[in-house]
Ligand binder design. Structure first.
Ligand SMILES: Cc1cc2nc3c(=O)[nH]c(=O)nc-3n(C[C@H](O)[C@H](O)[C@H](O)COP(=O)(O)OP(=O)(O)OC[C@H]3O[C@@H](n4cnc5c(N)ncnc54)[C@H](O)[C@@H]3O)c2cc1C
Length: 289
């Protein structure tokens, strides 16, 4: 339960944090909310020699719309998302997601940036950000670069963040009228990671035809999964119970769950189908059906 010894570093600016990351390379880890990293250190699954605490860098915590995007600062806490009037009024899929992460104590500290940067397929924001077609802003020694979320998750606990890079912002294309989204998760008990979860987001034209569709799956593969076949099927179709049922079936077929303590793989596939159906139905309601 006691982590190995480490050196604690406390930069107050992004350039300072990047310089420390460069200086200490593989031996250093960024510390944000600490809600994944500290437990891993206590279990000795992570043994960084240097912890670079970015909590004293100002200006990394915000939720705002600007330039056609919803912009979320990398250090924004889950509790701040839950309380944000902008999220509550215009991005209910993000509220669905934030409020089912762990418990209020964890959400007071855990950050959205950390949730994505950890690269854990069991975390909840990755699927939602896949459904929303988000972009991740990485700031490093050569300045800022924007990574489409589909290219961000490489494999288990591995992301496209390069050496010396910090996740500083998440950008979500601003929602348009007649769009809706939802996140549905089944957990064994409140506060648990998902047995499976599905995020769905689409926009409709005047005839209820889906123009843009995004779907993401949680904890049913080696990394967060984009349900591309389901998305392609639904795009250009009228969203109704029949097309929703077919898209949900495709999402289940695309999932790659393993049998574990949360249940057998076949059960989880069935779960994906039902959660996808519910998410799509709720998204349709929210799109103003
Ligand atoms: C009891 C418990 C239950 C939980 N249940 C859930 C759950 O249901 N759903 C869920 O999604 N999560 C859950 N979690 C995990 C946790 O909420 C998330 O993983 C958390 O959001 C991670 O964010 P953090 O700020 O705490 O990251 P940290 O723990 O500080 O960091 C996590 C990793 O990301 C890296 N990192 C952090 N921030 C950045 C950054 N800005 N740039 C680059 N790298 C960075 C760190 O170096 C580290 O490798 C749970 C955690 C606990 C303790």
């Amino acid at each position: 339960m006691i982590p190995p010894a480490f050196e604690y570093l406390r930069p107050t600016t992004i350039p300072e944090a990047i310089a420390l990351l460069q200086q200490h390379g593989d031996q250093a880890k960024i510390l944000s909310g600490g809600q994944s990293l500290i437990p891993m250190m206590k279990l000795r699954l992570a043994r960084p020699a240097y912890l670079i605490d970015i909590n004293r860098i100002s200006g990394l915590s915000y939720v705002k719309e600007e330039g056609g995007f919803l912009k979320i600062g990398g250090l924004t806490r889950e509790a701040e998302l839950e309380a944000s009037p902008l999220i509550r009024s215009k991005y209910p899929i993000i509220l669905d997601t934030a409020r089912v992460i762990a418990d209020p104590q964890v959400r007071n500290l855990a950050t959205v940036g950390g949730n994505l940067a950890h690269g854990d397929p069991a975390n909840d924001h990755p699927a939602t950000m896949l459904a929303l077609k988000a972009q991740v802003v990485a700031t490093g020694p050569r300045g800022e670069r924007v990574i489409p979320i589909e290219e961000f998750f490489l494999s288990l606990f591995s992301t496209a963040l390069g050496p010396g890079e910090i996740l500083t912002e998440i950008r979500v294309p601003a929602v348009t009228p007649r769009s809706g989204g939802a996140y549905f998760k089944l957990e064994r008990k409140v506060g648990d990671f998902a047995t499976a979860a599905v995020a769905a987001q689409f926009s409709l034209d005047g005839a209820h035809v889906a123009e843009s569709v995004g779907m993401g799956l949680t904890n049913v593969g080696p990394k967060p999964l984009k349900a591309a076949k389901a998305e392609n099927f639904l795009r250009g179709k009228k969203v109704d119970p029949a097309s929703i049922g077919q898209a949900a079936q495709l999402a289940a077929e695309e999932s790659q769950p393993s049998t574990d303590l949360r249940g057998p793989a076949e059960y989880k596939k069935g779960l994906v189908k039902e959660l996808a159906r519910r998410a799509l139905v709720r998204a349709l309601e929210r799109a103003g059906n």
